[in-house]
Design a protein around this ligand. Sequence first.
Ligand code: NAD
Ligand code: MG
Length: 383
Amino acid sequence: MKNIVLLGATGSIGDSCLNVIRQNKKHFHLFGIGLGGNLDKAQQITQEFNPKHIFVAQPHVDKSHDLLQSYPNILSTEDELQALIQDPSVDIVISAISGFAGLKASYFAIDAGKTILIANKESIVAAGDILMPLAQAKNSEIIPVDSEHNAIHQCFPPHSDLKEISKIMITASGGPFREKTFKELSEVTLQDALKHPTWSMGTKITIDSATLVNKCLELIEAHYLFQIPESQIEVVVHPQSIIHSMVTYIDGSTIAQMSNPNMEVPIANALGLDHRLPIHFEAINFSELNLSFEPIADGREIIFEMAREVCNKRGNLGVIFNASNEIAVDAFTTQKIDFVDIYKVIQRTFDHFACSNVSTLEDIFEYDKQARIQAEKVIKSLH
Ligand code: NAD
Ligand code: MG
């Protein structure tokens, strides 16, 4: 029986994780959960899974809520979150908080030498230079949950010889605007951007998929997780989202991982560690399958150039890229800027900073703060 702490339990990844755990109750116990402020949903989870500990980032949203009555010792401070993650009885930490807000949890888990299932790609993008060496020093195993990275993980098992890899191919659905020219993007609305063709996900990652910034974050995530130069990582648009990524070896073999688009598949793989866990899934109907591939749509290459620069220069560039995007997405979802302005905010913020090394988590938080201030200035300058 493995004890799990699921952070981001009330989100989209949280839901999928609970579905996998529900189907494999013999093997897993939900020891603790963490969430932002959705107390109703947290209460449903506690009724079914009875976790010992609950971390709520905004516990005072509704002091009279039933959950706060039935769990009088709700955790809410960063020290309490750290103590929960570092509890010796915890075997697996799932990092599925959305955005930069998930970084501290990822850091605590890696620092404690835990096995961490990472969905929160923003942690790796912003702080890869800190987290990856820390994982090695603390013997923490990082298992990717993001479907593309989990696919690569399956096609290129840990401890394989990096020298045997010729290329990694990350697939992208292309998002809702795959067929639009860059010019046509000036007309799109928030509702259009929220309609993802193949995946159902949280708001932030859905917008990131529409801009293709999600694929940029994934390129950087792959670079850090698999220690592969960006020159060996390609991105290809694959609208059906059946092949989740591929690895080509130096002998010419390409291995692909396939499933219908459902996050429970990579989560089951990650949670299974070295074993295959049974889950209910919709099998691929191969006789009706048509797979197609195409390049990234015109006009959007510029953000990939920035992402590749992040991989090559590292340091503070990942946290700046990530922070500028978070501010831009927030401004777009609150209808302060247009869809195409997201690109302007990222690029102008990114260009404002020189590349610099980072050596501590505090450095990352400082650059995150500065980049957010700068991105807000760019937003003001747009009007
Ligand atoms: P979501 O918005 O549906 O859920 C986010 C969760 O984080 C919620 O439980 C929320 O309460 C919690 N949260 C937010 N702020 C918090 C804070 N400050 N402290 C504690 N908890 C907080 O997001 P999601 O779609 O589930 O995505 C979660 C992460 O997984 C993101 O990093 C995303 O990029 C990544 N991811 C998601 C998918 C997907 O299919 N949804 C796929 C791949 C990767
Ligand atoms: Mg993904």
